[in-house]
Design a protein around this ligand. Structure first.
Ligand code: GLC
Length: 382
């Protein structure tokens, strides 16, 4: 039996969580069964996929602006993708992000191949839509066009209008590369110049308001008022190149809250492991997250996770076992939960160990690849 060609499609210009997740998936899909190929923007994803031996087809995916040219443009690009599907003999087209899905749905129809929608977000944009009806309408059309729908969490599945047709496949990590102790973690701590006794509390995420840097700083102020040996680190930068003054605003907030010298910003790090490995407590203070790879990364590295109980977090963190969950948006409760772990190193270690175990049991890339493979097998005849 020959491996079946598949065409994965992603339009992002930089490596976000969806692209990281796709790259891992492509690397771990069973090559006896499948021969994955990738159509994507000429971006880091293309290079990284090529480097692991995935055939890459660079394509452009113009933003879906409302212009008079839009329908013609859309069809033209969808047609290019459909030709590619025919040329590569792809047995299914799998869209990895929303813009890609809107092109892929049409391309698959033109090429008469099944379209699989891998939905990793709550809405058809990064944040709550201005026109919820349009969001629902387009979701309905994508649901109808898709032969199968995969979501990265039950939380995302609950935002789609076709609940009965969804397979939830959680993201996974290559746990070989996410194992404590992390080389470089001690150096990371050293470079921050922390006092010996410091307890380091951190978060990871792009510098965007919805990732929760503001509530993190509020939490930091409340924690530091009671635990003067707590220190804080905000891991992440702006890989998509957004320049809207948010970072400057965060710096002002640090000064206003009297946290100068207590909060460190790492900027964008291509490899977060040394920084996350250096933490004592990991915090996820953001808005509801469709999944949030950062949480399973922290767990895999043996860190207790303290988070708001919304989005996919309740599917990831077992409260009292691998971390603590507090009511969404309640920064005072977040600070209390973090504070309770600052004074309890043995508890931190126990939660971290259980988190590592949970990551190994539930969030490995092997499990993700097997889950996706099962869904693929329902639409690709052998
Ligand atoms: C998207 C989601 C994020 C998720 C990632 C991988 O980037 O916003 O929550 O972890 O996809 O599925």
């Amino acid at each position: 039996m020959k491996p079946q060609p598949l065409l994965f499609v992603d339009s992002a210009a930089a490596m976000g969580g969806a692209e990281q997740s796709l790259l891992l998936l492509l690397t771990h899909l069973d090559r006896v069964q499948w021969q994955p190929q990738l159509a994507c923007a000429a971006a880091p994803l293309a290079e990284k996929a090529a480097a692991v031996g995935i055939p890459v087809h660079p394509l452009t995916f113009p933003p879906l602006r409302r212009s008079w040219r839009f329908p013609a443009d859309w069809i033209r690009h969808a047609r290019t993708l459909s030709h590619l599907a025919q040329k590569t003999e792809a047995q299914a087209l799998i869209a990895n992000n929303i813009r890609a899905a809107l092109y892929t749905a049409v391309a698959a129809k033109l090429a008469r191949r099944p379209f699989i929608w891998h939905m990793r977000d709550f809405w058809l944009g990064e944040s709550r839509p201005r026109h919820p009806q349009l969001d629902t309408l387009l979701k309905r059309l994508l649901c109808r066009a898709a032969a199968q729908i995969i979501t990265n969490s039950h939380a995302v599945a609950a935002h789609l209008p076709c609940p009965n047709r969804i397979s939830v496949v959680h993201n996974g990590l290559d746990l070989v590369h996410f194992t404590p102790p992390v080389p470089g973690a001690a150096d990371f701590r050293g470079a921050l110049g922390l006092p010996e006794t410091a307890v380091l509390v951190g978060m990871t995420g792009r510098l965007r308001p919805w990732k929760g840097q503001r509530p993190f700083l509020e939490m930091a102020r409340a924690v530091h008022a009671r635990h003067t040996h707590a220190r804080f680190v905000i891991i992440g930068g702006s890989p998509f190149g957004v320049q809207d003054g948010y970072e400057a605003e965060l710096q002002e907030m640090v000064t206003r809250l009297g946290l100068r010298g207590l909060v460190h910003f790492t900027g964008h790090l291509p490899d977060v492991r040394p920084a996350v490995g250096a933490l004592d407590i990991f915090v996820h203070p953001g808005a509801p997250e469709p999944f949030g790879l950062v949480n399973i990364e922290a767990m895999a590295l043996g860190k207790p996770v303290v988070a708001f109980a919304h989005g996919a977090l309740p599917e990831i963190v077992l409260p009292g076992e691998t971390g603590l969950l507090v009511p969404p948006g309640d920064t005072a409760a977040l600070a209390t939960a973090v504070g309770s772990l600052i004074t309890a190193p043995a508890r931190r270690a126990a939660l971290g160990r259980a988190g590592r175990q949970r990551a190994a049991d539930h969030f490995s890339i092997q499990q993700t690849a097997a889950g996706v493979s099962t869904v693929l097998a329902t639409v690709v005849r052998r």
